[in-house]
Design a protein around this ligand. Structure first.
Ligand code: IPE
Ligand code: IPE
Ligand code: MG
Length: 230
């Protein structure tokens, strides 16, 4: 199948939803769903890098998710430590990892120290890779990102009242990220939930009934196909 992904840049952004429902259907605790979701993400990264997807961005934990029960949050945090610890696999697949979210040294940041260190280590240990860029959104919310970008744009603008599109682009958490080509949301929800509102401006959307732990190779190809001819 010619997915045309090898000759151009393709940016897929995933709202990884439905871990809880995946577990519930199996009579398992929600935490098991998150564990399965993290394992599936590792597989999705492998498949996307083989498909020559240039950028994969995933919503790991939102600025709104901190209100979940403490035990569930603790478990999700431990899974992010695992995810950012998958250095060998990332290097084997030539994947460079980066992170977007509320900057650690700024007011409002909620990322605990052990996750900060895991993120910094993973970024350093994969910086040399030249293949797919995997961006993990953790403690991320698009409104917080845009308010900060607008604020910085205003301060950096020579004429303070003139906030331009370029200035907003330059002040996003990851200014080098290209626009999203297709945004995916799993588990039958058709909401964007404060994810990359600026970057998905011209993106296709792929809503699927599959829960995130069941989001597989076939589903990835469906999402990539939507970007063909656009
Ligand atoms: C997505 O799965 C994971 C995160 C939001 C961290 P959910 O935990 O939201 O799963 P559902 O929506 O309850 O099924
Ligand atoms: C969106 O999922 C956030 C992540 C996938 C990290 P949620 O399950 O938290 O979203 P809502 O609240 O149902 O929209
Ligand atoms: Mg959910």
């Amino acid at each position: 199948m010619d997915l045309q992904a090898s000759t151009r840049s393709v940016h897929i952004a995933c709202i990884m939803d439905g871990n809880g429902r995946w577990a519930k259907r199996r009579g398992l605790p929600r935490t098991e769903g998150h564990t399965a979701g993290e394992e599936n993400l590792a597989e999705v990264v492998r498949v996307c890098s083989k498909r020559n997807v240039s950028h994969l961005t995933v919503f790991g934990f939102s600025t709104e998710n901190w209100v979940r029960p403490p035990a569930e949050v603790k478990h999700i945090l431990s899974l992010h430590k695992r995810l950012f610890g998958r250095i060998e696999e990332l290097n084997a697949n030539n994947v460079r990892i980066q992170w977007i979210g509320r900057p650690f040294n700024e007011p409002g940041s909620k990322t605990p120290g052990f996750i900060q260190r895991a993120i910094e280590q993973a970024i350093a240990d994969t910086a040399h890779n030249t293949g797919m860029v995997l961006t993990v959104a953790f403690d991320y919310g698009s409104r917080a990102e845009l308010l900060r970008a607008a604020d910085r744009a205003r301060n950096h603008s020579r004429i303070p009242s003139q906030v331009t599109r370029d200035l907003i682009n330059q002040n996003l958490y990851a200014p080098d990220l290209p626009p999203v080509d297709v945004v995916v949301r799993t588990s039958g929800e058709s909401r964007i939930s404060n994810f990359m509102l600026w970057q998905i401006c011209g993106a296709k959307v792929y809503f699927t009934e599959r829960t995130w732990p069941d989001f597989d190779e076939h589903e990835i190809d469906n999402a990539i196909k939507l970007t063909n001819g656009s």
